[in-house]
Design a protein around this ligand. Structure first.
Ligand code: UDP
Ligand code: MG
Length: 346
């Protein structure tokens, strides 16, 4: 749906690896080391050329230094990308993806909630002939009210609206063949929708149950607000997919319906004021004299207007981002042992 820096992907082709694991981290000082050990264990037992790209998303709790130590200790596999400030998980992931040299790309959380032991299972599933394998946290270990319920609703909605029948779009752990990500540009909460874009472009997408562990150290960075962001992003994606060419088809239709509705209400009010009492002999209906009907119409129109204005603004923003190829992330420093070309968008 959009252009990513495909040049960057090509620029990295000089050093092809089988697998890149991408891990955005923000204040995970207690988690990165045990996670690295687990990854080393799992990946060391496979005969794969792999790299682990930790993207430090502007941490302020000592994660930076920890990542440096990890890179010193495992220079062959670990690359650390330090972003200049907190840019958000999606942007951090996007930085990692732009630098990745692997043929297969696996993003995962850096808080140990995703289990490295699932990596071989994801790879195996991919080999069955898929382009994307999306993790499904069937037994998700997160707060029930603020996370699981809203996610459940959001997942249903996404599946319904996008026509892509997955259960858990929000699971970070997924496996992609590199070509699927060419031309995909990520911002907002978009990373979770990659399977949707991919399906729309003809990719074969599968779902695989993955293990999910409770967070044992550090704190979650998200609450209810994120689910709302996800739903807004989704509405935008769907609108963009269907109406980017002719927004007037959408705006016009909603506008006409609103007008029709207000005419109907107006007709109803005229009826009650002049005809109802006359025809039935009842007292004229008193609610007509209150400002209530007016308020109903007013708020209804306000709601519709603001949603549409939001969509419009987002469309303009998106065009702006894409036409300028503005990066969503800012790279401060890259720490690694082998030379590499920086992505052109950095
Ligand atoms: N994360 C990030 N930047 C942010 C927020 C989070 O890179 O601004 C990372 C975080 O360190 C973790 C992953 O994204 O590795 C998922 O975050 P979190 O565990 O807070 O989300 P949850 O699992 O609660 O959905
Ligand atoms: Mg987490």
């Amino acid at each position: 749906m959009a252009r990513r820096s495909t040049e960057a992907v090509r620029a990295n082709d000089g050093l092809p690896l089988d697998l890149s694991v991408l891990i955005p981290v923000y204040n995970e000082v207690q988690n990165v080391e045990p996670l690295h050990q687990e990854l080393q264990q799992v990946l060391g037992s496979l005969s794969l050329r792999y790299e682990l790209i930790f993207v430090d998303d502007g941490s302020s709790d000592g994660t930076r230094a920890k990542l440096g130590e990890i890179q010193d200790q495992d220079p062959e596999h670990v690359r650390v990308v330090y972003l200049r400030r907190n840019c958000g998980q999606t942007a951090a992931l996007s930085a990692g993806l732009d630098l990745a040299r692997g043929d297969i790309l696996i993003p995962m959380d850096g808080d140990r909630q995703n289990d490295p032991a699932d990596i071989p299972r994801l790879l195996k599933k991919l080999e069955e002939g898929y382009d994307v394998v999306s993790g499904w946290r069937k037994a998700r270990q997160d707060a029930f009210i603020t996370r699981k319920i809203p996610s459940w609703v959001a997942n249903r909605l996404v599946a319904r609206l996008s026509g892509v029948p997955l259960h858990d779009f929000g699971c970070t752990m997924k496996a992609y063949r590199r070509r699927v990500l060419e031309g995909v540009r990520l911002y907002g909460e978009m990373h979770r929708f990659i399977p949707v874009f991919a399906t729309w472009q003809g990719a074969r997408v599968a779902e695989l149950e993955v293990h999910h562990r409770a967070r044992t150290a550090g704190r979650t960075k998200y609450g209810l607000g994120r689910t709302l962001n996800v739903v807004l992003d989704l509405i935008l994606i769907i609108f963009y997919q269907r109406y980017a060419q002719r927004p007037i088809h959408l705006f016009g239709r909603i506008g006409l319906w609103s007008l029709a509705l207000s005419f109907l209400m107006f007709g109803g009010m005229l009826y009650f004021k002049y005809l109802h009492a006359h025809l039935t002999g009842d007292q004229p209906k008193s609610f007509i004299e209150t400002p209530l009907p007016l308020l109903v119409v007013f708020f209804f129109m306000m709601g519709v207007q603001s949603i549409l204005m939001g969509v419009l603004a987002e469309m303009i923003m998106r065009t702006y981002y894409e036409s300028q190829s503005k990066p969503t992330y800012l790279i401060g420093e890259i720490r690694q042992s082998s030379p590499v070309t920086e992505p052109d968008s950095a």
